[in-house]
Design a protein around this ligand. Structure first.
Ligand code: ZN
Length: 371
């Protein structure tokens, strides 16, 4: 078993489903320190630890930044066939929560980085950011960004699951709560009240049929809107005076979230008050830029696969916070997990893809750092 696969197994054994990323940091920090990295950590809440490691960054060219998240989503209600924390290997498949999303990608970063530091970087150094709390809106990445503010940065590689293809960005996530108020009255005399549910229901139906003003993105396609929850009323025989719904809007590159919010508020009408829940902008890097093109050719060299065209992911990543905080640096997403295995019961990751990811990351580091 390779070092990266063994490390993935040790990370999967730690339950970090929305808590205790500090346990993963306790495994990874000593490996990076003994490979010559300067490691700092920041906790945005008890046990929610984010790690920043830097090596040889004293160059005129800013360091390449590799990043992944240490938390996972919970297991869900359905029973698992494989123990989600044992990381059992069955042929090429490693089973367990977080194998694809994204402890395999984190292990690949650490395995690649710790191998490279025996060499000398002639051009630039390396920075590794391993975050807590990505799954719930990137609070760990925000903590890392505050630690890194003002430090020059080179491009960013996020090893979220792409099955080792190159994605040049991802959709943005704008989650909103919409609320309508009314006036309560007895259910037998509805004309004496104002029904908050019907007010909000009319607005919700208009929103569900809304066509965004923005043109489709050539790679990401159209923005989407989903009504995720709808609650209102307390008892059948009263006119409800309060109703609430949540929207999950996925935006494409070029859309500004303040304008999208205003567009949706106008569509919903004056009866609905809005409150933002999550606001993570879309991320996009031009595939024909110098560094992005060199990534594509490095990845093609290692995998032997020519991608049919540029790709963008529908899920969001910490890049939505890190890329702007680091100075709008060019960003790609390329990691060993299978995109369709993220968040599912009986999640698995291909071990050969984890090893291939180590080779890809080493090649990207050699190209940028002059190793
Ligand atoms: Zn993820």
């Amino acid at each position: 078993m390779s070092e990266a696969v063994a490390l993935t197994r040790s990370l999967v054994a730690l339950d970090t489903a929305g808590h205790d990323e500090s346990r993963a940091v306790a495994v990874l920090a000593p490996l990076l320190e003994s490979a010559g990295f300067d490691v700092s950590t920041v906790e945005h809440a008890p046990g929610r630890c984010t790690l920043v490691a830097e090596w040889s960054i004293d160059h005129d060219v800013p360091p390449l930044c590799l990043s992944g998240h240490l938390d996972t989503v919970p297991l869900g209600a359905a029973p698992w066939t494989h123990d989600p924390f044992f990381a059992e290997q069955d042929g090429d498949r490693l089973h367990g929560r977080g194998t694809s999303d994204m402890k395999g990608g984190v292990a690949a970063i650490v395995a690649a980085a710790t191998r490279l530091t025996s060499g000398r970087a002639r051009r630039a150094g390396l920075r590794i950011v391993l975050t807590a709390a990505e799954e719930t809106g990137s609070d760990g990445a925000r903590a890392a960004a505050s630690l890194l503010r003002g430090r020059p940065s080179g491009p960013l590689v996020i090893t979220e699951p792409t099955a080792n293809t190159v994605a040049y960005g991802h959709k943005g996530a704008l989650w909103l709560t919409g609320r309508a108020v009314g006036v309560t009255a007895h259910g037998s005399t509805p004309s004496l009240g104002v029904n908050a549910i019907t007010r909000l229901a009319h607005a919700t139906v208009r929103l569900a049929h809304h066509s965004f003003r923005h043109e489709a993105h050539p790679v990401m396609g159209e923005p989407t809107l989903n009504v995720g929850t709808f609650h209102g009323g307390l008892n059948t025989n009263s006119v409800p005076d309060r109703a609430e719904m949540t929207l999950d809007v996925r935006t494409v590159a070029g859309q500004r979230h303040d304008l999208v919010s205003a567009e949706l508020a106008a569509c919903a009408g004056p009866d609905v008050e809005w409150e933002p829940l999550v606001d993570l902008p879309p991320v996009w890097t031009q595939p024909d830029g110098e560094w992005a093109a060199s990534v594509a050719s490095d990845v093609r060299e290692i995998t032997g696969v020519t991608q049919p065209g540029p790709r963008g992911m529908s899920y969001f990543t910490d890049a939505a916070v890190l890329a702007p905080a680091l100075g709008s640096v060019p960003t790609v997403i390329c990691g060993p997990g299978e995109p369709d295995q993220a968040h599912v019961t009986d999640e698995w990751c291909s071990t050969s893809r984890i090893d291939e990811s180590v080779a890809i990351l080493q090649q990207l580091c050699r190209s940028w750092c002059g190793l």
